[in-house]
Structures are given as structure tokens and as C-alpha cells.
Design a protein around this ligand. Sequence first.
Ligand SMILES: Nc1nc2c(c(=O)[nH]1)N(C=O)[C@@H](CNc1ccc(C(=O)N[C@@H](CCC(=O)O)C(=O)O)cc1)CN2
Ligand SMILES: Nc1ncnc2c1ncn2[C@@H]1O[C@H](COP(=O)(O)OP(=O)(O)OP(=O)(O)O)[C@@H](O)[C@H]1O
Length: 193
Amino acid sequence: MKRDEIRDLVRKKRNALTQTEQKNAAKQLKVNLIQQLKPYKNAKIALYLTNDGELGTSELIQALQAENHSLFLPVIHPFSKGYLLFQKYEKNSPMTTNRYGIFEPKLNCSQICPIEQLDIIFTPLVAFDEKGNRLGMGGGFYDRTLAKYYQEQWQKPIVIGLAHECQKVALLPCESWDIPLKWIATPEFNYRW
Ligand SMILES: Nc1nc2c(c(=O)[nH]1)N(C=O)[C@@H](CNc1ccc(C(=O)N[C@@H](CCC(=O)O)C(=O)O)cc1)CN2
Ligand SMILES: Nc1ncnc2c1ncn2[C@@H]1O[C@H](COP(=O)(O)OP(=O)(O)OP(=O)(O)O)[C@@H](O)[C@H]1O
């Protein structure tokens, strides 16, 4: 199957989850990750706000805020096409909708965090495979933004993909720019490579 076909198929699958399934998945993800992130104190963590049947992040966001982590959200770069910035997100941060209808913080340069200062980046994804390959919505935003940080010795930030179990496929067709993830968290499991 081609990448576009897999993207369509898996997007339909996750959009077919019932509200109850979505709610339980989000709750279970929070429990899983709060446990996994215990060793990290006062971390700088980038997340995303849920769109298009993605695994819900609001429970996780609340729990992370309660644990005193600082949170950041992706903002579509105003000039560098296809790149993301990560901006501080607090309860009263002014928000706007981006061109895809996703809420993002209203751009404020003083609130942007350089990527090398983030400890953890949670990425959304559409499909993942048994080797940790990731397929996103098709904009190449995360691949492009993170490309220069992916090196042999890369330790920080830790990049963690988030997905429902139903987004797992056997094998994704790879492209040269794809960077496999070392950690994907679902409500049920943590896949580590
Ligand atoms: N929640 C969330 N936030 C995110 C992402 C994401 O995948 N999920 N992104 C991850 O990169 C970036 C935005 N990328 C996106 C790329 C395409 C579409 C999308 O809906 N595409 C439509 C066509 C839209 C159009 O062109 O008008 C589609 O494919 O149906 C959404 C987000 C940044 N923020
Ligand atoms: N590191 C990169 N440098 C330049 N172009 C890139 C890079 N990564 C991806 N692209 C371009 O972005 C486009 C979309 O890539 P792809 O289909 O892999 O996105 P995606 O992983 O589904 O999206 P996202 O990362 O936003 O969730 C491709 O046409 C590709 O050429």
C-alpha cells in the first residue's frame, strides 16, 4: 500500500473509535505516561492538542501541569514553510486556530523555546510500524523541524510518538527523510527501539 492509502485507512480507523473508547484511551494514556515520566522532574515538555481522531491529550496535559512540568505546543512557523516552533502553553495563554483548524498559542516570540532546551517532545502520528517508523498527516512538519537534531549521539529532546493501538501497521513504506522513533506510547504499551 502507498503512504496516502495507509494514511486514509488509519485516519478512518481512529475516527471510527467511539467517544467512550476515546475517553478511556486518553485516561489510560495519562496513567501510563505519568508512571513512565516519574524520573523526570520539572521537565520542559512539548505536546499537541488533539485533532482528527488523535489520542486525547487534555487529561495528560492537566496531569503534567499538576506535576509542575512546563508545557509547550507546536505553532506553525510564520515564515519558514513546513517548520514548527514550540511555544509555552499555560492555562490562560491566548490561543488562535491555525490553517488546519487546530488550536495553537498566539505567536509570541518571547515564549518560544529552542528545541535543544526541550526535554521531551510528544509527536502526533497517523500510523506507526513494528520498527518505529512514523507516518504523520503529510505536512512533514515534525520530520523537517527535528531533522537536524536526529544524530547518532542524540540524547535530548526525547521524542515520543503517541497513538492508539489501532494505528499500528506491519510495515510502512519509508522515505529518505523519515526518522524512526525510539519510543511510541499507546494507552496499553510503550514500544522502545
Ligand atoms: N494535533 C496535531 N497538531 C499538529 C499536527 C498534527 O498532526 N496533529 N501537525 C503535524 O504535523 C502539525 C500540523 N499539520 C497538519 C497537517 C495536515 C493536516 C490536515 O488536516 N490536512 C488535511 C488537508 C488540510 C488542508 O490542506 O486544508 C487533510 O489531510 O485532510 C492537519 C495538520 C502541527 N500541529
Ligand atoms: N527533513 C526534511 N527536509 C525537507 N523536506 C522534508 C523533510 N521531511 C519531510 N519533508 C517533506 O515533507 C513532505 C511530507 O512528508 P511526510 O509525508 O513524511 O510527512 P508526515 O510525516 O506524514 O507529516 P508530519 O511530520 O507533519 O506529521 C514530503 O513531501 C517531504 O518531501
